[in-house]
Design a binder for this molecule. Structure first.
Ligand code: SF4
Length: 259
């Protein structure tokens, strides 16, 4: 299926089903994907699809000026973003100046739209870096991916590049003392005789165990909405997502369901 890449540092604003009117910031290359996961549902495509490209990350001052120009234009046009969202063509926390760019963004947000939120959508793989953790503690919505409580499912659906240790991850998520949002994409399918499914009873129980241990302020659960690079993955119904949500609601954890 066709997937898409963002061709600018700052994009949108777009209407996000989870975040509202969202102005996107892409700290990754504009000519290819850069991520240390390779999720089978990734809207940017699989890592190998853009492997040969000469990828360059935007510099801190380029991000600053692109964001300031856009915020200034929006102010002139009486448009207000609900949220400035770090997402784009891969994993934003892999940018070596991620922490400094978050500081710049807070300055610009306070200057132009003090009521807008700053969100980071991250796969939570860089939490071993203290400057990344400190930066994520400063943003309004620290949205971290956990697609299953079962390592074998994470390996299949997220395809981490390098080692992924679930026990280490739980400890890293607990560093935020609840100031985080867990995001979980639910899907299932059989592709080339390989089963992709993070909705099994086993997966859901282990996921529930981790989420209740980490105690996030909120959990966002959602399903496939656009094209995926792997054909055959299925959308999960809103009814089923709502049933999954009740697992956490009984622990008084807020859950946002986006079907
Ligand atoms: S973590 Fe995000 S950017 Fe990276 S492969 Fe998964 S969906 Fe794509």
């Amino acid at each position: 299926m066709t997937t898409m890449l963002f061709d600018q540092i700052v994009f949108g604003p777009v209407k996000s089903r989870r975040l509202g009117i969202s102005l996107g910031v892409n700290l990754l290359p504009i000519n290819g994907k850069l991520c240390n996961f390779d999720c089978v549902y990734c809207e940017c495509g699989l890592n190998n699809d853009s492997k040969a490209l000469n990828k360059t990350l935007p510099k801190r001052d380029e991000v600053f000026s692109a964001l300031e120009s856009k915020l200034f234009a929006m102010l002139q046009n009486h448009e207000t973003p609900d949220v400035i969202t770090f997402a784009g063509n891969g994993e934003p926390t892999m940018h070596p100046q991620f922490a400094e760019i978050i500081d710049d963004t807070i300055v610009l947000r306070n200057l132009y739209f003090p009521n807008s939120l700053i969100s980071v959508l991250s796969n939570a793989t860089m939490l071993h870096k203290q400057n990344v953790v400190s930066a994520l503690k400063k943003v309004d919505q620290n949205i971290l991916k956990l697609d299953s409580g079962k390592l074998s499912t994470i390996e299949r659906i997220n395809q981490p590049v390098g080692n992924y240790n679930l026990q280490t991850k739980i400890g890293e998520l607990k560093q935020f003392n609840g100031k985080l949002i867990i995001q979980t994409m639910f899907t299932r399918g059989i592709v080339n005789n390989v089963i992709f499914d993070n909705t099994t009873i086993d997966d859901l129980q282990l996921w529930e165990n981790i989420v209740t241990e980490v105690k996030p302020e909120k959990v966002m659960i959602y399903t496939i909405d656009r094209n995926t690079p792997v054909d055959g993955l299925k959308k999960i119904s809103v009814e089923e997502l709502t049933t999954i949500a009740t697992r956490l609601e009984k622990h008084s954890i807020e859950v946002q369901v986006s079907g």
